[in-house]
Design a protein around this ligand. Structure first.
Ligand code: NI
Length: 140
């Protein structure tokens, strides 16, 4: 996706700019422009996904107690209900008692949030987190 770059000026307090430079240096950016573009993309995704119908990708990571009665069956049934939105599931046995799963999702942000909330509320799911990202491609 080709996009024309537009230049514009930004005014900022020197101390804030110094902090920003330190931050982006630590994150490996070569220049401020790319760092600011990423911040803007991140904010747009974050804001849009709060409400919108935007199509996004998601990664849901969670840990669960695999001895919990019926949990594995319930998790599997639940994922089959949403097979259209679940691209892949990776299962890792992280200890004798616990499993970690990463589910890659695709669909409307609001739906992915609902799926994540429901799954994370299963008894025996110990903790988890959904990360959403969109198809706002970077201009290179
Ligand atoms: Ni396991």
């Amino acid at each position: 996706m080709k996009n024309k770059l537009t230049r514009f000026g930004i005014s900022m307090e020197e101390s804030l700019l110094n902090q920003f430079d330190k931050l982006i240096l630590g994150k490996g950016y070569n220049n401020r422009s790319e760092a600011i573009r990423d911040l803007v993309r991140e904010k747009i995704v974050e804001e849009n996904t709060e409400y919108s119908n935007q199509e996004v990708f998601g990664a849901l990571v969670f840990i669960y107690d695999h001895h919990k009665r019926d949990l594995e069956k319930n998790l599997s049934n639940f994922q089959h209900d949403y097979y259209k939105n679940i691209i892949s599931t990776t299962h890792v046995h992280i200890s004798h008692d616990e499993c970690l799963e990463v589910i890659i999702l695709k669909g409307k942000a609001s739906l992915l949030k609902t799926i994540a909330d429901q799954l994370l509320s299963f008894k025996g799911v110990l903790n988890g987190k959904l990360t959403l990202t969109s198809k706002l491609y970077k201009t290179k």
